[in-house]
Ligand binder design. Structure first.
Ligand code: 5GP
Length: 186
């Protein structure tokens, strides 16, 4: 008998909204959930590892993937390229595995039309002042990069209406349980 197709979960939200902490917690609690590791041309930050947080590749290698149709979607975010492996998500979904994507709004929009049945969640910050504080506290970005991320965050926040659910992340544990409820009480 063929396995039922897995669910595709698309999560977006400004960087610094605490999205990766929320997703990391969910992934530890739900080891059966597959995380799609994106390709990016940006450099690793802090203790990020190649093949774990991202596949860090050159711009030439990234452009080649676009040409050969290997990416389900891709976008330029904060002046860098980011993209999702088409084969990874297709293979996982085909064997009934649920797949979680952490992608920006532009990429999400592309996937909404390709995967209309995907469940989408936007993780928002309570306010911009709080976001600035979080990005500065993280200490992994230059002041220019922080400003760039804030500008992009404002832009992203205008698109929340495109998502099935919006979670304001003012408390980590609460956000994790709300997200679990969305993903598992589908
Ligand atoms: P960061 O550089 O902070 O890890 O990620 C910056 C932004 O890129 C985040 O909003 C994240 O969701 C987005 N992003 C990460 N991977 C992908 C991807 O494969 N495709 C798209 N479109 N956005 C991505």
């Amino acid at each position: 008998m063929m396995a039922a197709k897995g669910h595709l979960f698309i999560i977006s939200g400004p960087s610094g909204a605490g999205k990766s902490t929320v997703l990391g917690t969910i992934l530890r609690k739900r080891p059966q959930l597959r995380y799609s590791i994106s390709y990016t041309t940006r450099l690793p930050r802090g203790n990020e590892q190649d093949g774990v947080d991202y596949h860090f590749i050159s711009e030439v290698a990234f452009r080649k993937k676009i040409e050969t149709g290997e990416l389900a979607e891709w976008a330029e975010v904060h002046d860098r390229l980011y993209g999702t492996s088409a084969i990874y998500i297709e293979e996982a979904l085909a064997v009934g595995q649920d797949v979680l994507l952490d992608i920006d709004v532009q990429g999400a929009k592309r996937l909404f039309s390709k995967y209309p049945e995907a469940i989408s969640v936007f993780v928002a910050v309570p306010d911009m002042a709080e976001l600035r504080k979080r990005l500065m506290k993280r200490g992994t970005d230059s002041p220019e990069a922080v400003e760039r991320r804030l500008k992009d965050a404002e832009e992203e926040m205008t698109q929340v209406h495109l998502y099935d659910h919006v979670l304001v992340n003012d408390d980590l544990n609460q956000t994790v349980s709300r997200l679990e409820a969305i993903l598992y009480e589908k």
